[in-house]
Design a protein around this ligand. Sequence first.
Ligand code: CP3
Length: 323
Amino acid sequence: MRQAGRYLPEYRAIRERADFLTLCKTPELASEVTVQPVDLIGVDAAILFSDILVIPEAMGMHLDVVESKGPIFDDPIRSRDDLKRLNIKDVTGRLQYVFDAIKLTKEKLAGRVPLIGFSGAPWTLATYMIEGKGSKNFDIAKKFIYSDPTAVHELLQLLADAVVDYLNAKIRAGCDAVQIFDTWAGILSPTDLDEFSLRYIKYICDRLETNGAPVIVFAKGVSSLDKLADLKCDVIGLDWTMDISAARARIGDRKALQGNLDPCVLFAPKEKIRQETERVLQQFGFGSGHIFNLGHGILPNTPPENAQYLVSCVKELSIKYHQ
Ligand code: CP3
C-alpha cells in the first residue's frame, strides 16, 4: 500500500524542495523517499515511490498533482477522437526514470528488504484519464462506457499493453514483486466489472514475465473473490471491508492474502491499534499465506509513531501464528 508520503515529516522536507512529479522523475530523490518507511517505520518491504499516473503522463497527458486536491489532467479523454492524442509507442521507454530509481533503490536497500513495484490497472487509469481527476460517482467515466463502449475498450486495451510492458520492465530492473492497483474496480456492477476491469487484469497477469516475482492484485471493493482467485497471480489484496477469515475459507491455498487493517485505526489510541492488529492476525489464523497490510493507503495526517507501533505489534503478535 502507499506507505511513503505526507504523514512523514522527512517526506515533506524533500517535497518542499521538489514538486511531486519532479520527485517521481528524479531517481536520487525517489529512491530516498522509497527507503524512508523502511528506516523510519520498520516495514518488511519497500514500495517504489512513484504514482500510477506516470503511464498516462508518459502517453502525453499533462499531469498536475495539487496538494489537497489530488491529481489533475487538464486535457481528459472524452471521445474516441481524443484517443488519437495519446502517444502509445514506446511508453516504457519514456519511463526510464522509474527503472533508474529501481536500480538506485536496490543499492540503497542493499538486500535488507524486498522492493515492490506497482502499476494501476487499466480501469483505474482510465477513470482518471476520462474524469481528469478523482471523482465521487465517476459519472463521466460511466457515461463514456455506456455510450461508446468500443472506444473505452480501445483505451483499456492500449493501457493493458502498456502495463504489461511496464511491469515486465520493472521486474527486469530489479523489483522483487509487483502489485496491480484497481482502486476503482468496486464502483462497477458485477457485469461491468468483468467487462471493463477484470478482463484486462487477466490479460496483464497472463502476460507477465515474472521470473518468480510474486504478483499482487488489489481490486478495491471487489467482493467476488472467486473471480480474483482465478487470476494468474499469487496474492490478493483485501480492503478493510472484507472479512479476511471468510476470504481465506473461500480461497484456501490458491492465493496468499494481503491486508486488511482499516488505515483509520492508525488514528486510534495505542491499545486499540494493538487490539485491531491481533484481531486481523487472529481472523486470518495459523499458518503462512498472510501479508499483514493496511486495507488501503496510509492517510496524510497519520501520526508516524502510530505506524511504527503498528509494525512492532505485527512483528510481536504474529509469531504465535507461525509456531
Ligand atoms: O508508498 C509509496 O511509497 C508508494 C507511493 C504511491 C503513490 N501513489 C504516491 C503518491 C502509490 C503506490 C501510489 C498509487 C496510486 N496513485 C493509486 C493506487 C493506490 C491507491 O491508493 O488507491 C492511486 C489511485 C493514485 C492516484 C493518486 N496520486 C492520488 C489519488 C493522489 C492523491 C493522494 C492524496 O493523498 O492526496 C496521488 C498523489 C500521490 N501519490 C501522493 C503520493 C505520496 C501525494 C502527493 C504529495 O502531495 O506529495
